[in-house]
Design a protein around this ligand. Sequence first.
Ligand code: MF3
Ligand code: CO
Ligand code: CO
Length: 249
Amino acid sequence: MNTDIQESFEKTRIAGSIAAAALDEVQKIVKPGITTDSIDKLCYEFINDHGAFSAPLFYRGFPKSCCTSVNHVVCHGVPSEKVLSEGDIINVDVTAYKDGWHGDTSRMFEIGNIPIKAKKLIQTTYQSLMKAIEILKENVHLGDIGSVIQEHVEAEGYSVVQDFCGHGIGKAFHEEPTILHYGKKGTGEKIKTGMIFTIEPMINIGNYETKILNDGWTAVTKDKSLSAQFEHTVGITKEGCEVFTRSNI
Ligand code: MF3
Ligand code: CO
Ligand code: CO
């Protein structure tokens, strides 16, 4: 690998591991009765304590350090005094910015005991991300990524959100290319060694359509069906990829 790629991988590895470790901490506190603001506070402090910044804070006017998306919220839920209840599902999305580079990751958390249909949605969404990661290597088409995700989740009767996508990431939070979570094999750009991007499928039990609430951020399913999401930041190599945002637990 050339030295530019080596440097970008090294820096993203550090930012990514801070982001992943923040979510490992979230896992320890999520339970019925806590507020989404308390998750935000933990992420803010953990990321700062590790010499990094929370990239979402003030990004395009976003008011908090992470996104907390509960039940039918698809993404970009804004932490608040909202109290989590038994049976809720929540996605927490964090991005650490350290030494000029970003690491972006999100996971689902279960609040107490959750319904089996929510468990199945979460499981299938996670599998779709990991299946996409498994096919990554130099010269894979972008369309192959979307196709793997779409085929896996549609086999369960779920739908892929189309209004939000994965993205290149590096010195900028969001950059080229756009990573669609649906598509056709063999179409689109071929990925190259050294590319760093996120894959972050949002999967709904019902229809794929979303709308944005009046706060200008919170995206929800139009039909109010449950939605789940997982996100990793990955770097492409000749033989495969490196996942920069793996959990340590
Ligand atoms: N972390 C989100 C992503 O995966 C972006 C959040 S932007 C914010 O791309 F402003 F909503 F925080
Ligand atoms: Co992202
Ligand atoms: Co994210």
